[in-house]
Design a protein around this ligand. Sequence first.
Ligand SMILES: Nc1ncnc2c1ncn2[C@@H]1O[C@H](COP(=O)(O)OP(=O)(O)O)[C@@H](O)[C@H]1O
Ligand SMILES: [Mg+2]
Length: 580
Amino acid sequence: MQLKIWHKMIIGISIPSLIAVVGGILTYGYINDVKNRQAYIEIADDLKESVLEVRRNERNFLQYKNGDHHKLIHISLSELTTSLMGVSAGTAEQMGGGGIILLQSAMLKYSDKADNLFDSYNNEQQVINSAKAEGEKLEAIVSRKRIAKELTPSFILKLRLLEKNYIFYRDRQSYLEMSKGLSLIKNMTPMCLDCKPYMKSINRLFDAYRASDTLVSDLNLVGSEMEEVTGRLSFMERQKINSFVDRTQNLLLAALALLCVLGPLFVFKTSKRIVAPIKRLAEITLKIAGGDISLRAPIKEHDETQSLAISFNTMLDNLQETQQSLKESLELLNQKQAQLVESEKRASLGFLVAGVAHELNNPLNNITLTAETMSEDLKELSPEELNDYIKDILMQSRRAHTIVENLLDFASARKSTVMEIQDITRIVNDSINLVANQLRVNNIKLVTELPEKSFYVNGNRSKLEQVLISIFTNAMQAMKDTGTLSVKVQPDTDNKNIQIHIRDTGHGIKESDIKNIFEPFYTTKPLGEGTGLGLSISNTLISEHKGDICIKSKMGEWTAFTVSVPLYEEMAASHKEVAS
Ligand SMILES: Nc1ncnc2c1ncn2[C@@H]1O[C@H](COP(=O)(O)OP(=O)(O)O)[C@@H](O)[C@H]1O
Ligand SMILES: [Mg+2]
């Protein structure tokens, strides 16, 4: 897939955010449900409270059995109905429709039972009154006449007491005792007609009480059912809230865990994907910085780093091209420099040859003179004299040979550019020899101050000679026909250098021109006499020897050059050892 960096970043950030958002939405939904459920709990609690109120009124009604308390039951029932009416169908559905419907039907049943009980209580009162009246009648009959032997007024009184107890307590004990009393009457006088109405009324009282008791237990049952339904509604709502809270908690935990695990994972993966191509670029840059310019950045990604890599590679292509052309230019420059060195050398040679030709004349004249003398006086000469002449000719020949040799040596014999250990004092000496004749011809006095021992430098003989000849030539040209050239070789042991001081008493250099004299092609000499390359080339050659050239001059009086070249340390050290 071709993803840009910002695509990767959006994916990396949006997936953890999505988890957080989904978790948040679900949690919000659950909290909303909890809020609704709280309203349902309030409704359920209201209903429960109303039912409890009904039950409280029920207890009072059972105790006082009067119309007022029966009415209170109905008032509380109608309050309950109002509460129920307030519950919308939707809410009822949400709260578990069954519960509300059950409550409604139980309430109707309860109302009926309460009414029936009220009727039963009213009936009870009539039955009690009639039982009491019949009792009084029987009591009166017994006190007037003896119906049966056992049926005494005291028995009747006892029976009436049982009757009172039963009416008042209406419990099982008093019922059993009352039943037993009635059985006794039956046993004593099975045919007692006067007793029958009383017994009948007591039996009716039994029935009335039984009917009421059944209704009471029915009412109680329905009441409990109502209580149970409302209790269950409230309990269920609370349970639902608890489960919502649990679910929210679990959801939050799950979202948190997912965020903790996936969040860093996605961020890590994304940043890795973003950083990887940059890292690859950095690595390749490091290698290229190390010198391998032929390397190229891989174009793997399709994001913003791709164009970076492409530009980077284009830059490298250009750099490589530039490097190549620089290399070629440098080669060309070296070639040109060599040509310039050569041309300056030829110029110096031209200057030297004039002097050398003159110098060669002397030995050649001497040889000719000696040879002529020998040919004229050959017969008169003794073998010893002949030997002296031949020796003289040989000496003159060797002199001519040395002169030519030196010139050849400077001109071409050592074209090698190899740097090797050189005796600098000897090089200075040989260079002086090359210009010695020229000095003589030009009437220039030479003052040298060369050390007796050798000093060594790591250098190229031909190049060092060319520098010295160049400076000597300039000096001679500045002095024209008279003056003094001083050459002094002096070690500067502090800086581990050897210094060659060359001083002339020529016309000197203008202070403003000093900065120009090392410029290539700068010359103050007429055409044919100067190329303007001598000092510029000398400067380059001495730089190759890690040395330098200093110049001081006083216009119209003198000019002094100091060439400094580092001493070859090992040689210097070994010489020190030898000396010690
Ligand atoms: N010893 C010197 N005395 C006076 N001027 C000098 C001396 N050496 C160099 N110069 C000045 O420096 C210039 C540059 O010298 P150089 O580079 O050798 O070129 P060229 O000798 O061909 O003119 C000379 O033209 C001259 O003006
Ligand atoms: Mg010159």
